[in-house]
Design a binder for this molecule. Sequence first.
Ligand SMILES: Nc1nc2c(ncn2[C@@H]2O[C@H](COP(=O)(O)OP(=O)(O)OP(=O)(O)O)[C@@H](O)[C@H]2O)c(=O)[nH]1
Ligand SMILES: [Mg+2]
Length: 303
Amino acid sequence: MGLFQKLKEGLGKTHSRLVHEIRRIVTGSPRLTGTTLEQLEAALLGADIGRAVTAQIVNSVKEAYESKGNQGADVLSIARDIVERSLSNHSTDLARAESGLTVVSVVGVNGTGKTTTCAKLAEYVKKRGQKPMLAACDTFRAAAIEQLKLWGQRLDVPVVAGTYNADPASVAHDAVTAAMARGADYLFVDTAGRLHTKNNLMQELQKVHRVMGKKLQGAPHEVLLVIDATTGMNALNQAREFHKAVSVTGLVITKLDGTSRGGMVVAIHKELALPVKFIGVGEQIDDLQPFNAADFASALFQV
Ligand SMILES: Nc1nc2c(ncn2[C@@H]2O[C@H](COP(=O)(O)OP(=O)(O)OP(=O)(O)O)[C@@H](O)[C@H]2O)c(=O)[nH]1
Ligand SMILES: [Mg+2]
């Protein structure tokens, strides 16, 4: 299956909700009235597209109707174009250190998909011909180390791990040392899930980053915050707090296949001005995709 097809399937719940509702609204009302616009607004907000972008879409639909009449107001394509434009002002490629090893720290609250994302990213760079390594810095949750090691075995990617309850910063230090010694291109650092409201845990994360930065200048070169799309707008608070503590460089939004509110990608991007770098649309290893604004917008609104 092609990448776009997979994306379309993954976003299927959000797509059918939006397209179904918008079509019902448009065909149910031969003339565009105030009520139609209100229904359109409700449909877009219901998919969590957010107030700002929803208002833009509703205004454009109104303008198109006023200047061109009903025929000119193709609501789905207007929405598609506005969503694409609102998402496309950022580069989304994985950071690359100027020379040698690039360290990518993967952070977020519990259960968002960090460990899976580390594995998927390792596979992603491997497919491009680069050499990945993994660091098991979740020394807290039961079975977290085994989970990452299992991925390492499956993907044939080396994993640096310590023991449970070891200081994650010391595992991170050893992992950077090992990755440099082995000439890896990327080190993906799997960190423990933590609530953004827990100060001591956020400080622990800062320490992990500080220690890596001492070992290798610029590390971590990328801090990816993994957000579970099914948590909806609470993700905004998570993102703000993580960003404050560890300067997030990009977002990974997972589990988009599990929600009909996939428009949250648009709202979060608008609200935070942080690039969405990857999205997860399933549990398989190749279900993590580099984010592409045009494809995402088409997958939401294209019939
Ligand atoms: N459907 C779906 N499931 C996903 C996606 N990404 C991750 N998952 C699933 O989410 C669950 C949790 O994933 P993990 O990678 O263990 O999450 P984590 O953030 O490392 O969890 P903790 O380490 O406990 O904080 C697993 O069952 C994954 O398969 C996705 O894009 N879609
Ligand atoms: Mg994990």
